[in-house]
Design a protein around this ligand. Sequence first.
Ligand SMILES: C[S@@+](CC[C@H](N)C(=O)[O-])C[C@H]1O[C@@H](n2cnc3c(N)ncnc32)[C@H](O)[C@@H]1O
Length: 214
Amino acid sequence: MAVEKKKIIIVGCGPGAEEHITPAARAAAGKAEVLIVSQRLKDLFPEIDAERIDSGTDIAGTLDMIASRRDDGRQVVLLATGDPGIASLAQPVIRRFGRENCEVIPGISSIQIAFARFGLDWKDVRIVTAHSSDPEESAAELRDCGKIAILGGRAGSLRWAAAMIPKFGADRRIFLCEDLTLPGEKIREVRAADLIRIPVSSRAIILIIRGGLL
Ligand SMILES: C[S@@+](CC[C@H](N)C(=O)[O-])C[C@H]1O[C@@H](n2cnc3c(N)ncnc32)[C@H](O)[C@@H]1O
């Protein structure tokens, strides 16, 4: 008899703190027979009795493991930090298995938290992903953006940001937002050069705001 393949559930788990995991995310994760987790999320939901697979850095290998578990008829759940719509495995999974075979449960993004801390609107933010490699965006592309959020934390991303930000012009304020929602949360205004001088958490967003904060 043919095995019924279940939709892969992709769950946004928020920026770190338990209270920012939505009830919908918790309920969806609870359905897992196989949980795909990154190092950062490996200890989440210890009560769930599921096979845990480390998503690691081998994306193709992870997709193959998802395929094999799904072919067995098992419920695969992929956990993503923040919201799956920003810099997560969601897109590679959806491309491989098809939109119709995936369900996405949104989460609270670290970027939402950063903007919420300042009470700032984020409809016009330009998000730059620098957490795993240097971004392709040029200074010319970014110079006109009033609000930029760089997903950083990696030493290389801090070097990239420190070299790039001065090219945007003088009228910028730079805020380093680290470990948002976690006990060590720290938000401070810095100068571009500070980014390569001070210790920075691997969970960090650099917000660059043109003009004032209004
Ligand atoms: C792989 S990306 C995932 C982003 C995630 N999908 C989101 O919506 O927040 C990881 C990056 O998100 C940012 N990040 C995640 N959690 C954070 C936190 N609690 N505080 C500050 N930045 C965080 C950091 O820039 C980190 O390098």
